[in-house]
Every structure is written in C-alpha cells, then in structure tokens.
Design a protein around this ligand. Structure first.
Ligand code: MN
Length: 291
C-alpha cells in the first residue's frame, strides 16, 4: 500500500460568530482548496477553537432555523450545548459527546449553550460538520443520534494513546454512529511521542484537524494546533505522530459524487429542489419549534 501524502495545509481563517454562541473558523467550504466537492460528503466544517465565554444568565447560541438534505454533526471538546428540534429530538451534549442530527426531509432546530454551563462560563471548543446525504435519502425521515463519549469505541494503542471512533472503522472496531454512506470520523488521542497509522481507500476524501497539540504527518509534515491537513486522493496509509500530547480529528469519507445545490440551510441536488425547500419551509412543512 502506498503512502497518502498531504496535499495542502490550511491555517484557520479569522473567526466569525454564528449567532452569539459559536465563534468559528470556517474551513469547508470557504477555503479556496475546500469547496463542497473537495471533501464530499463533508460539505461544511466550522471549528470553534478554544474561546472563553463569560458567565451569563441568558445562554448564547443560535435561534430556530431550518435544515434539509444533510446531517449536522456537533463534536463537543469543551463546554456543553443544549439542542432541540421540531422532530422531537434534542438533549444536552456534554464535553466529549457528539450530536448527530439527520435533518433529511427537514427540521427546525436551535442550538444554545447549556443553561448551567452558561451561568458559569468557561472555555468552549467544538466542531460542527455538515455531512451530505445521498440523493435517495435526502427526503427521508429526520433522525437524531445522541452519542455519549462512553458509547464510542476506543482502540487502545498502549503507550501511544488511543483512537476514539465516532463513526466508521479503525483496526477492526466500529463506531456507534449510523451513517448513510461510508464515513469515518474519529479522534486520535495521542500521548507525547505517540504514533498511529491510518489506512483508508485512496479515493476517500480524507483530512485531519489538530484540536490539541502538535503533530507530524508521515514523519515530515508539521501541523500545529487548529490547523487542517487535506490529503491527496492517492495512496492509502498515513501516520500521525504527536510531538506533544495531542488530539486530532480524522475525517475520511467515500465521495457521493452527486450534484450539490446548496442554498443557506438547505443542500439539495438541483435548483428546483431548493425552490421546493423554501416553499415547504414557508408552508410550515418543517414542523413547529418555539423560540
Ligand atoms: Mn443548525
């Protein structure tokens, strides 16, 4: 098997606020190298790097808004989020947990810092990914997966650390998330000097985001905290070595290779379907959710 090389390293862009609760660096799709096609099925990646929120009685966040045609996946590294949607899904995502919301045919949802956490304030760090749905599943029923940290499968790497699998497979173990297309999503939690090898099909779109620490990819490419490494679609294997204690989010998915028609909170395959999404939203077909 051949080495999968780094195609490009992407530095975090200046942060912007989503609502008043998420201070994010967007990597996908605003970077010139990372449009919605390049990391298909990962069509959006917002990263709230460590940010200190002051205590407040009024939780910060994003109010009621719709989604159709894809899944939103929120990975909480630090802080707590409370979530509600119009299909009845919702709950609290604690530190280390993941919320996997399949908007599919359409939901309204809202995302806020959890009330008690907001009262104390503190360091907040999260990733929100949008994972596209295959055309045949875009109008399926909305679904919600609350994935607690204890449900994730850990692969012990002994003195190197461990890999925590959210979705997909690593070293024969499978993560708990149900996915509509082949998606691998996992955290490599490495000790200083720890090393791990990954192996994904050459055509899968693959990347690594350094959440904590500093790493070397394939023994040569230095990647610092909050930086993103995009891999080539050639070769299968790559290594990650932690030059200090590190956490690295690994993403690898089989491209859907279908047309992408995005518009705001809707991601469909054609413009006609976007027009339909707005019509359905305006006609109340996304259900009801109070502010
Ligand atoms: Mn949303």
């Amino acid at each position: 098997m051949a080495t999968k090389k780094v195609e490009i390293l992407v530095a975090p862009k200046p942060a912007h606020f989503v609502g008043d609760g998420f201070r994010v660096h967007n990597f996908i799709p605003s970077d010139a190298h990372l449009d919605m096609k390049r990391m298909d099925p990962f069509i959006m990646l917002d990263y709230n790097s460590k940010f200190n929120f002051t205590p407040t009685e009024k939780p910060r966040g994003v109010g009621v808004h719709p989604h159709r045609g894809f899944e939103t996946v929120t990975i909480a590294y630090q802080g707590k989020v409370e979530h509600h949607d119009s299909s009845g899904g919702g709950g609290i995502i604690d530190q280390g947990d993941v919320q996997w919301m399949t908007a599919a045919s359409g939901v309204l949802h809202k995302e806020f810092h959890e009330t008690e956490w907001a009262k104390k304030g503190g360091i907040f760090q999260m990733v929100q990914l949008w994972i596209n749905l295959p055309a045949k599943d875009k109008m399926s029923k909305p679904k919600y997966q609350a994935i607690s940290n204890s449900q994730m499968q850990n692969v012990d790497l002994e003195e190197n650390g461990f890999v925590e699998i959210i979705a997909g497979e690593f070293n024969g173990k499978k993560g708990p998330a149900f996915t509509f297309s082949p998606v691998n999503l996992m955290n490599a939690k490495l000790k200083k000097g720890g090393k791990v090898e990954f192996n994904f099909p050459a055509n899968f779109n693959t990347a690594a985001l350094v959440i904590e620490g500093n790493i070397l990819i394939n023994g040569a490419e230095k990647v610092a905290t909050d930086h993103f490494a995009l891999f080539e679609n050639e070769g299968e294997t790559f290594t990650i070595e932690a030059t200090e204690e590190s956490v690295v989010l690994i993403l690898s998915g089989k491209p859907l290779s279908e047309p992408i028609a995005p518009h705001g909170p809707f991601v469909m395959n054609t413009r006609e379907e976007i027009v339909q999404a707005f019509a359905d939203f305006n006609n109340g077909k996304f259900g009801v959710l109070e502010d």
